[in-house]
Structure formats: structure tokens, C-alpha cells
Ligand binder design. Sequence first.
Ligand code: ATP
Ligand code: MG
Length: 457
Amino acid sequence: MTAKILIVDDDADIVAMLEDRLRSLGYSTVAARDGREALEQIAQESPHLVLLDLTLPKLSGLDVLKQLNRSKHTDALPIVVMTAHGSIGAAVEAMKEGAYDFLTKPLEKDHLLIVIRKALERDSLRRQVAYLRSEVAGRYASIVGNSPSVQSVVEAAQRAAKSDAGVLLLGESGTGKELFARSIHQWSPRQAMPLIVINCVALTETLLENELFGHERGAFTGADRQQKGKLEMADGGTVFLDEIGDMPLPLQAKLLRVLQDREFHRVGGSKNVSVNIRVIAATNKDIKKSVKAGQFREDLYFRLNVITLTLPPLRERRGDIAALAQFFLDRHAKDAKRPGMTLSPAALDALTRYPWPGNIRELDNTIARAVVLSPTDSIEPSMLSLLPEDAGLGASDSGQLPYLDLPYHESMAEHGRYIIDRAIERANGNQTKAAEFLKLQRTYLLRLIKQRKSKEE
Ligand SMILES: Nc1ncnc2c1ncn2[C@@H]1O[C@H](COP(=O)(O)OP(=O)(O)OP(=O)(O)O)[C@@H](O)[C@H]1O
Ligand SMILES: [Mg+2]
């Protein structure tokens, strides 16, 4: 799409010259001869940028700006004013009224182009940010489920959102901890400021420290400039410490200090940096047990845990499964451009009975897969690839497990492969979590995966 520029000037020669120049550069243009017409064109044509002469008949350029201000238009629309040479005062006044920049006449070609390009770039970034914000908000806007256990957590979360108290979210994997963390931020007075997510499991201790606190120039080889950490980026907003139960002990001590003093220094620095942050933390670990075992600092636990919200596993609120399944079906069918899809009664029944070890995330993935794979618009149970609860390998339907008819050793090897793939999928690719599902040491799981890869080669 080419950017559309509105040229406002009562001098026909200038309008013609600008139209010529801007069109030759690929922009499309519209023109207005006076202030009133300018306002009309802005409303009708929604230009991406306005070049506005200040001395105009009917309504002056400054009045146009003031009117737009009143209708809250200038935030969105970059306006570059044009003034006669030597009338800097008018330009300054226009900038105060929200103009993006100014040009003096006679217009200088290169300068004109630079200013236009910069203004359009900023406008496009602003639109992208607005779009992404609404996307993220949309993704996280809806907490589906009417069961009393979820509703009481929602109410508690809404109350907690009003304060700055630390919130600790507990619950099995895939129960919606991140969704709640984001919702609390959205409901809080800090919602216009950033929400910064820090994953405490993914990083080594040194990297995590760097990520949290940032570093000064020269702090280590390769640190060629100062870099702000995530705590600093979150200033005024919320920090979400995900998988806090996996944070290494030495870092826990440092984090505790930040939470107490709201102050820290960057890696390799000595200057105090102070921040105003609200902290929400989450873990699927039994953190009390970690405290008893000496793996988690008790003082930090108390700091984080001013308000605890525990999200129930899906199998304990089966009443929500139908609504959640429909919610994910609508979303994925829309993404896949298959709007007419439905769940057959048998499929819905199977979903309601399944134990959902991977909780809502697993349900989400199951529906996503079924939407893609189902040959018909009505999703049948066979498309859900759920393992029957009691039948172990699901021997009744060897169509789902094609390796069942292989010789013993090959079949067992295939089955090993199947459950590993399934666990990794359920854990959204996170091997540490997949190992937890399978109750295996992570290193052992990695060895199994490696062995299999080398066999395949
Ligand atoms: N009540 C709900 N309504 C709609 N979607 C939900 C709900 N709860 C969770 N989800 C969705 O389920 C998925 C998993 O949720 P989320 O990532 O918040 O879980 P989690 O507890 O952080 O999981 P993990 O411990 O694995 O990180 C997300 O796509 C989320 O949007
Ligand atoms: Mg999570």
C-alpha cells in the first residue's frame, strides 16, 4: 500500500509542485486549499501524513491543528507544517499544538523527503505497535470457564490487580498461569506500562543475571556497550518471573535484595539503579517442598507469596472442557480458514472424559491438530488422538497406533518413540517439561532422543 499524503496550501503552484514530486516518488496525494477543506479531507480520506501550510484562508493552519487536538486526532496522524521563511515563532507554536515537524519555504527538496520519510516511518511503527498490542490483548483477553473453582481465582486475581502486592501463581503445567499473569497486569493500574516476562528456567545463572540486571560497558569480554536489563525495562510496569521454582539459589539472594530495596546494580557496575516494579511469579513446582529441601529461599518465598493463586487442573473442572474446546475450535478454525467446523457429540464426550495431564495447553494443541487433520467439518474422536484412559496402548484401535502389528522389539521401540514425541509435543517443545511428564531425568531423556537420532541416520 502506498502512503497517502494530504497537501494543504492555498497556493496552487505549490500544491502542483508537491503533487508532482511526491507522486514521482510513489506516494499518492490529495489536496485541500483551505483549513476547512483540510479537516474534511482528513475525515474522508484518512491520509497517512499531512503537509500543512500555516497561513490559510477560512481556518488557519494553527486552527486546524487545534481542532484536530480537540478531536484527539493528532496523536495518530503526523502533521508537518510549512511556514514562510523567517516565521520560526509560528512553527514553534504549531509544534506545541502537536505538529510532528516543520519545513520552511521555499521547500528544500532533500529536506522535504527526509522529513516525510521519517514521519511516515514513525507512523507505521506506531500502527504496528497498536496492532500488536491489540493482538496480544485479544489473545489474552478471554479467560474461558464458569466453574466455581476458576471463577473464584478470577475474582481474587481482579482484587489483587488493584494493589502492588506480589502474586504467586501455582498450578500444573498448562493450567493458565501465564494467562492469569497477563490478565492481572491488564487489570492493574500499570496496564499502559510494559509487562516483561523473564523465564527463569531457560538460562544459566550468569545469563539470567545479565538478563535481569543488564550490564555496564566492559563488564565482560564482548560487552562493548551498556545494556539495560529486563528489570529496568519494566520500570513502572510489571515483571513476570515465570518458572521461579527453577531459579538458581545464588540468584535468588540477589532477586530478594532487589525486591526489598527496589534497587540493584548492573553487572560490572557499582551505580545504584532504582526501579518501580510489580512482581508476579509462577511455578508448577511444589515450592513449599523446595523450601523445605533447601532449594528455595524461604525469605524470597514469603516476599513473592503475598497473594497466592492456585489454578486447578483441567481434570478437576471438567465442566469447563466443552466451553474451552469450543473456544479453541473457533480460534483454530478461523486461523485455518475452515469456519464451519464442529465437534461431534462423540468427540466432545471423549474430550470430557480424558484426564488432560497437559491441561488447557494440551486441549488447545489437540483441537489445533484436529482442525488441520480432520477430513470432514465434523471432528470425530479418531481425529483427537487421545490415548484411552484405561486401555493403555489403545489396542482396540490399532489404526491409531500402526506399529502394534510389528514384531515385539520393533513395536516397543516405536512405542518409546511415540510417547517421547507426545510428551515433547504436550510440553510445547520444552524438553525439561517433557522429562517431567515422563518422570525421567532430563539427561536420560536427552540420551534417548540422541540414541534414536543416531539410529535413524
Ligand atoms: N481459562 C482459559 N481460557 C482460555 N484459554 C486458556 C485458559 N487457561 C489457559 N488458556 C490457554 O492455554 C494455554 C496454556 O496457558 P498458559 O501458558 O497460561 O499456562 P501455564 O500454566 O503458564 O503453563 P506452563 O506451566 O506449561 O508454562 C495458553 O494458550 C492459554 O492462552
Ligand atoms: Mg507458563
